[in-house]
Design a protein around this ligand. Structure first.
Ligand SMILES: Nc1ncnc2c1ncn2[C@@H]1O[C@H](COP(=O)(O)OP(=O)(O)OP(=O)(O)O)[C@@H](O)[C@H]1O
Ligand SMILES: [Mg+2]
Length: 360
């Protein structure tokens, strides 16, 4: 991969061995930036949620990330360019993609960073984002539905605001409801199915991290998940429910001037022994929750895509006790390609297994 330039790098060329690598460098050298650049090639945007222009080196006018992804025997060059005047351009196999989001179908990644723990556990918007990213990578129809939903939501909110003090015309409102309910119910259906599929992996990994003492779980829209995928309500059923939700709230929404229910507001919560992990979990527990979730993401993507995503672990051993670190090292040994970062000389178990890249 070459960054010419990106954030603190004016230019750097990096070669990642097939089995993975460990990037070592002092604080502030750009380890996290490198993982962010890799993610740009996977999801077409910043995994940290920063704006594109923030990744342009200070005083510069563009960033340019080029990589070669190995797909079986095939090498696939990918380039993500962003310029203040040109905007964002993505090239795959030397050809420009029509939409940046088309890139999401190609190279799957799972990214973990310790600073996400607090964010994800604290803010429901961050958890929805987590879920949306993995489900978009698992199925590009999900991303399309999400984009359609967001467009319709903006239009519906605009309609609600345009009403002012006029009373709502039920027939007109129902047209908006019906439009929003179609992609909305698809998203809810995919989220429920995805979560039901991920739950066993998530719980199994959490049990290993917590040495079996506590049980972690997931809630969607304040309710436990259906016990099996057969019991996930059909999309038709969810569509009916969503339309009902919308129509019940017409008066309230007219006052609020925006849509009060739907996948954009649904909560998705991690629990430890039935208590919300954000309010009651210790730091180590919360970190274990997010790591277990990431392991479950990896397995979901592998099943859905028939190949393993690239696992990116940023400074993952900070704050983990020796037992949990050892467990994590064992766990990632099962994965084909892992790129880790560490601020100092890695543990022997890692140093022997992964090619080392030193940032001076
Ligand atoms: N747009 C930018 N232009 C120039 N430098 C930037 C830009 N964005 C971030 N940086 C710099 O990149 C450096 C941080 O890089 P990064 O977060 O990747 O470090 P790190 O190696 O992960 O450090 P740590 O071990 O502390 O996590 C900082 O010095 C920061 O000022
Ligand atoms: Mg860092």
């Amino acid at each position: 991969m070459s960054l010419r330039p990106f954030r603190n790098f004016a230019h750097i060329d990096l070669e990642f061995a097939l089995g993975g690598a460990i990037i070592v460098g002092a604080n502030g050298r750009g380890k996290s930036n490198i993982l962010e650049a890799i993610c740009y090639q996977s999801i077409g945007k910043s995994i940290r949620g920063s704006r594109d222009h923030e990744a342009i080196p200070h005083g510069g006018a563009h960033f340019d990330i080029r990589g070669n992804w190995q797909e079986g025997d095939r090498e696939r060059p990918c380039r993500v360019f962003y310029g203040t005047t040109e905007g964002k351009k993505v090239f795959l196999d030397e050809t420009a993609l029509t939409r940046v989001s088309d890139l999401v179908a190609h190279f799957q990644t799972v990214h973990f960073a310790p600073q996400d723990v607090a964010l994800v556990l604290q803010f429901s918007a961050q958890r929805r984002r987590l879920l949306d990213i993995v489900l978009s990578q698992a199925d590009t129809d999900y991303l399309k539905a999400l984009q359609t939903y967001q467009r319709l939501l903006t239009q519906r909110n605009h309609y609600l605001r345009s009403l002012g003090h006029r009373s709502i015309d039920t027939t007109e409102a129902e047209v908006w409801d019906a439009q929003l309910a179609r992609p909305g119910s698809y998203l809810r259906h995919q989220r429920l199915s995805g979560l039901v599929e991920m739950l066993p992996d998530f719980q199994r990994h959490y049990k290993m991290f917590s040495t079996g003492e506590e049980a972690a779980s997931l809630l969607y829209a304040d309710a436990p998940l259906p016990p099996s995928s057969e019991q996930v309500p059909s999309q038709e059923q969810l569509e009916q429910e969503f339309r009902q939700q919308l129509s019940d709230a017409h008066e309230k929404e007219r006052h609020a001037g925006h849509t009060l229910s739907g996948p954009h507001r649904d909560s998705f919560v991690f629990t430890i022994d039935d208590a919300a992990a954000d309010t009651y979990g210790s730091q180590g527990q919360q970190k274990s929750v997010l790591l277990s979730w990431k392991m479950a993401e990896l397995q979901l993507l592998e099943r859905r895509r028939n190949r393993q995503p690239l696992l990116l672990l940023d400074d993952v051993f900070s704050e983990l006790d020796p037992v949990r670190s050892a467990h994590l090292i064992d766990m990632i040994a099962d994965f084909d390609q892992v790129i880790l970062t560490a601020p100092r000389q890695p543990q022997e178990a890692l140093g022997d297994r992964y090619a080392r890249i030193d940032l001076e």
